[in-house]
Design a protein. Structure first.
Length: 452
C-alpha cells in the first residue's frame, strides 16, 4: 500500500513539475507575446481539431486578419504571412529543415523516404539534382500525347452525359482524369478510372486515407510509428492505404522489368508505336546507366511520389479553374473567344499554343491563387541560434509555417480585392511591370516544390 502511494505521489510530482516547467518556459520565451487563440497557447489539440473540421485554410486567413503577420497555432507552432520571409524559410538555399509534421507522410522505417517528407536537407538537394530533369519543361511537354489520350476519353464520357442530360459531378471526373493522366505518364497505361467511371482497385480511397492520416497524425508526429503499426496490422486507415499503393507501384515496376527482359531477348524496342518514354522508363534508364546513383529504391520512390503528389493536386486545380469559369460567365466567354482565335476546332490545344493565350494564362493563375492545392502551413524548424523574421525572434526548435492560402489572400500583395476572382489583375501587373509584378510573382505559391 505504501509503495502504491509513493508511486502515485511520484507521478503527481512529475505532472506538477512538467506543468511548472511548461509555464516557466511559456512566460519567459521570446515568443510569449505572439497572439493567437487562447487554447493554442496550451495545447496542439486546438490546431488538431480545427484541421480535422476541414476548412482551416479559410480560418488561417481570418486568424492573420485578426492577429497580424505572425499567429500562434499551438505551443511552439507559428503561422506566418510575411512576403519577405519566403526565401529565408523555403528557398532552395534555406537552412531550415522540415519539421516533424512531415514524418507522418512516410513509412516509419528509417530506410524509407520520399522527396516530399525528406527532412535531410543535403539528401533532398541531391535527389532534386538527380531527378529535376524529369520535371523540366521539355520533359513534361514530351508527355502531351499521354495527356491528350486521356482528354479524348474524358470528352467522350462528358459528351455521352450531355446527350442523356444526366447531372455530372465534375469533381469526381476530374479526379478520374487526373489519376489516369498520372498513370499514363508514369506507366504508359491509364488506371482505367475514365473507362469505368469509378474507383479502380480502391486507389482513390487509398490515396484519400493517406492524405487524411498524414495531415492529422503529423500534428502529433511522435505517435506516428505506433499508430501506423496498429493501423497497418488491422488493415485500416492511412497506413493500409499507403501499403496498398506501395504494393501497386511495385507490381507495375516488376511488370515493366519483365517486359523489358522479354523485349531484350527478342531485340525489340519498348515503344514500338513510336510513343515517347514514360516516366518509369526514364527512371529505369537512369537506374541502368548509374545503379549506384539511381537505385531500385529511387525508381520505386519517385514512381510512388508521382501518384500521391500528382493526381490529387491536378484534380483540385482543374476543379478550381472550372468552378471560377462557371461562376463568372463573362470570363468564360472571353476564354472561348481566345481559344477560337488560337486553335482549330476539334484539335488538341497544345502547351505551346496555350502560352500564346495571355487571358487564359491569367485565368489559370487567378483560379490557383484563390484555390491552391495545399491548405495548411508547411512547417519548418528553426535551427541552432534561432531565426528572426519581421522583427520577431524564434528560438531553436520553433516550428514556423506559411499557408499558401494565407499568402494568396494577402491584400498588401494582391490588392484590397484579393478575395475576388479577377484575372485582369495579372495582365495589369504585367503591363505595369516593376515591383508590383515581382511582388505578386514571388508570393504566388500554388504548387511550389521548394516550399514542399
Amino acid at each position: 500500500m505504501l509503495t502504491f502511494r509513493l508511486a502515485v505521489s511520484a507521478c503527481g510530482l512529475l505532472v506538477v513539475a512538467r506543468l511548472v516547467f511548461f509555464l516557466i518556459k511559456s512566460f519567459t520565451s521570446p515568443t510569449r507575446h505572439i497572439p493567437g487563440p487562447l487554447w493554442a497557447r496550451f495545447t496542439r489539440l486546438w490546431y488538431f481539431r480545427r484541421v480535422a473540421l476541414g476548412r482551416f485554410e479559410h480560418e488561417n486567413i481570418q486568424l492573420h486578419q485578426q492577429y497580424g503577420p505572425i499567429v500562434r497555432l499551438a505551443p511552439n507552432m507559428y503561422s506566418i504571412d510575411i512576403p519577405e520571409a519566403v526565401n529565408t524559410v523555403y528557398g532552395i538555399g534555406s537552412k531550415l529543415p522540415k519539421s516533424g509534421w512531415y514524418d507522418a507522410w512516410k513509412h516509419p522505417s528509417p530506410d524509407a523516404w520520399t522527396m516530399f517528407p525528406d527532412k535531410d536537407i543535403k539528401r533532398h538537394a541531391q535527389t532534386r539534382r538527380v531527378f529535376q530533369g524529369l520535371y523540366s519543361m521539355s520533359s513534361l511537354v514530351s508527355y502531351e500525347r499521354y495527356v491528350d489520350e486521356c482528354a479524348d476519353v474524358l470528352l467522350n464520357r462528358l459528351s455521352l452525359f450531355s446527350k442523356s442530360r444526366e447531372p455530372i459531378n465534375m469533381g469526381h471526373w476530374f479526379q478520374c482524369y487526373a489519376f489516369d493522366v498520372i498513370g499514363n505518364i508514369t506507366f504508359s497505361k491509364p488506371f482505367g478510372f475514365l473507362d469505368r467511371g469509378e474507383d479502380v482497385s480502391g486507389l482513390l480511397q487509398a490515396l484519400h486515407k493517406i492524405l487524411a492520416y498524414s495531415t492529422l497524425i503529423g500534428i502529433y508526429s511522435s505517435l506516428h510509428p505506433y499508430i501506423f503499426a496498429v493501423a497497418n496490422f488491422f488493415g485500416v486507415g492511412g497506413a493500409a492505404g499507403r501499403t496498398y499503393l506501395a504494393a501497386y507501384v511495385k507490381g507495375r515496376i516488376s511488370q515493366r522489368k519483365a517486359e523489358q527482359a522479354r523485349n531484350e531477348a527478342k531485340a525489340v524496342s519498348t515503344h514500338t508505336d513510336g510513343s515517347p518514354d514514360d516516366f518509369l522508363e526514364k527512371l529505369m534508364i537512369k537506374n541502368k546507366d548509374a545503379p549506384s546513383k539511381v537505385t531500385d529504391y529511387h525508381v520505386f520512390m519517385m514512381s510512388m511520389s508521382n501518384i500521391i503528389a500528382g493526381s490529387d493536386t491536378t484534380a483540385i486545380s482543374l476543379s478550381a479553374i472550372l468552378y471560377y469559369l462557371i461562376k463568372h460567365p463573362h470570363v468564360m466567354s472571353k476564354v472561348r473567344e481566345e481559344v477560337d482565335l488560337i486553335s482549330d476546332v476539334g484539335a488538341h490545344l497544345s502547351f505551346k499554343e496555350s502560352l500564346e493565350m495571355p487571358y487564359w494564362q491569367a485565368v489559370m493563375k487567378e483560379a490557383l491563387r484563390l484555390h491552391p492545392a495545399t491548405g495548411l502551413p508547411l512547417w519548418r524548424t528553426a535551427t541552432k541560434g534561432g531565426i528572426e523574421l519581421n522583427g520577431q525572434f524564434f528560438p531553436e526548435g520553433t516550428s514556423i509555417g506559411l499557408n499558401t492560402w494565407t499568402a494568396h489572400y494577402n491584400k498588401d500583395v494582391f490588392g484590397d480585392d484579393a478575395a475576388e476572382f479577377r484575372p485582369e489583375r495579372w495582365l495589369e501587373a504585367e503591363e505595369e511591370g516593376g515591383r508590383k509584378l515581382a511582388q505578386m510573382t514571388a508570393y504566388y505559391l500554388p504548387v511550389s516544390e521548394p516550399i514542399c
